[in-house]
Design a protein around this ligand. Structure first.
Ligand code: HAM
Length: 431
């Protein structure tokens, strides 16, 4: 036998019935974003590596260690996108979308070569939202309220909101100097990564996940103490908005995020129920990025949520409900040469007459008994039974599969009219 090939480590197939959970979740988010006036943008999975180096930052885990980068056959340095913000900004500049405010969203696979574990994959899926051209804390608040509403709709309970302000770049310059001298005083206690980052990008030291570094990080100066009046007012207005909307939050002065483009507001929605990978949604403001990537200065703020993590948190009952969409209404059984020849044509006629009908046609022949078994396994509400005898009489059998009821003949000529009501009443009787 030939050697069996497997999916790449950290990348997963999504099979039924789980794929129905995904479709349901995507639909929920789609409906909510549309209701808030956001419009979808789709960008390529591959971009030039320079886009991510210039936006996420050279000295970040993502760019230093996690990108899937390669030279293509023409020698171009390309990367599979590790996130969606950079692509979204590139596309918005390239297509001239930024001469008016924009509320955009995207979804799809992202790629990071991290060590796979629960909640952390090498191909994972985000739905992200990016807004452009809006400066005030009101849009920051809208984004947080939108996510809060989504958690409620999805039935999530144990999620908490952490927020922080990273100030503006000139405020961070002052902070950076003080942080650097603090780190220099404690240089001996820094691990190898942090020693290196202290020189290249000291703020990234605060991002270290090494437990041995945590007390040192806790003692470092706090960026919030360095904010100027405008940054402070922006942050205070966001907090006041959250208070007014009665959304609970914690200010976490150590929240710096793992990507370099942020300024002012940053936030994360976190759960304790998923182990170490507890951030289900994260984002913030990135007012400098559009200009940094060659556009005109444009304020921006957004977030992205990880769908794998969200799906783990959604109550099982909700997901079970979503699986029902996989069950057909009807399973069409046909036995006998004439009936089998007629079945698919009849099915097409029914589909034209009842466009929302979920109809599964048996293919491959077999006895009534074996076809009924398959009808039952399909989860269908009822079977339509066509034999040569029924066909000659101009009828078809209707047999509920989940309710206690006899098979009854229905006139073929008026099937399109009788079926919908009959199905509805059978579904009510289901046991
Ligand atoms: P991020 O924090 O890198 O931010 O990712 C956002 C979310 O994606 C995380 O909170 C998590 O739920 C999910 N995620 C990230 N990495 C993985 C992984 N390896 N496996 C599974 N899920 C993962 C960004 O990507 C920014 N672009 C967010 C943003 C948009 N900021 C402003 N606009």
């Amino acid at each position: 036998m030939a050697e069996q090939l497997r999916a790449v480590r950290g990348m997963h197939d999504i099979l039924p019935p789980t794929s129905a959970h995904w479709a349901w979740l995507e639909r929920q988010v789609y409906d909510l974003l549309t209701a808030y006036g956001y419009r979808e943008l789709r960008t390529p999975l591959l971009e030039s590596s320079a886009l991510f180096q210039r936006s996420i930052g050279e000295v970040t885990d993502i760019v230093e260690k996690e990108m899937y980068s390669f030279a293509d056959r023409g020698g171009d340095d390309l990367s599979l996108r590790p996130e969606g913000t950079a692509s979204c900004v590139r596309a918005a500049i390239e297509h001239g979308l930024l001469n008016q405010p924009q509320r955009l969203w995207y979804q799809g696979a992202m790629f990071r070569r991290e060590r796979p574990q629960r909640g952390r994959y090498r191909q994972f899926h985000q739905i992200g939202v990016e807004t452009f051209g809006l400066t005030g804390p009101d849009i920051d608040l809208e984004l947080i309220l939108l996510t809060h509403r989504l958690w409620q709709q999805l039935g999530l309970s144990a999620v908490r909101l952490e927020i922080n302000s990273l100030g503006d770049s000139h405020e961070r310059v002052r902070y950076r100097a003080d942080l650097l001298s603090y780190l220099e005083q404690h240089q001996d206690a820094l691990d190898e990564d942090s020693q290196r980052r202290m020189v290249t990008n000291p703020l990234r030291v605060l991002d270290s996940k090494n437990p041995a570094m945590q007390s040192l990080i806790a003692g470092a100066p706090t960026l919030l103490d360095y904010l100027g009046e405008e940054s402070k007012a922006h942050f205070a207005a966001l907090c006041a908005g959250l208070d007014r909307a009665e959304v609970a939050y914690q200010i976490n002065p150590r929240l710096v995020r793992g990507l370099d483009y942020y300024n002012r507001t940053v936030f994360e929605w976190i759960t304790a129920s998923l182990g170490a990978q507890g951030t289900i949604c994260a984002g913030g403001r990135y007012d400098g990025l559009v200009e940094q990537l060659g556009g005109r200065p444009t304020p921006a703020v957004g977030f992205a949520m990880g769908l794998e993590r969200l799906l783990e948190l959604i109550p099982k009952a909700q997901l079970h409900h979503a699986e029902r969409a996989l069950h057909p209404d009807l399973y069409l059984i046909a036995v006998g040469a004439k009936a089998e020849a007629e079945a698919l044509v009849l099915a097409e006629r029914l589909r034209s007459q009842c466009p929302t009908l979920q109809l599964l046609c048996h293919c491959g022949g077999g006895s009534f008994k074996s076809q009924f078994k398959k009808a039952d396994r399909s989860g269908a509400t009822a079977a339509l039974v066509l034999g040569d005898q029924e066909l000659a009489a101009g009828t078809i059998g209707y047999k509920p599969l989940r309710a206690d009821a006899q098979q009854q003949p229905l006139a073929l000529a008026s099937l399109g009219e009788t079926l919908p009501a009959l199905l509805k009443s059978t579904q009510k009787d289901e046991i």
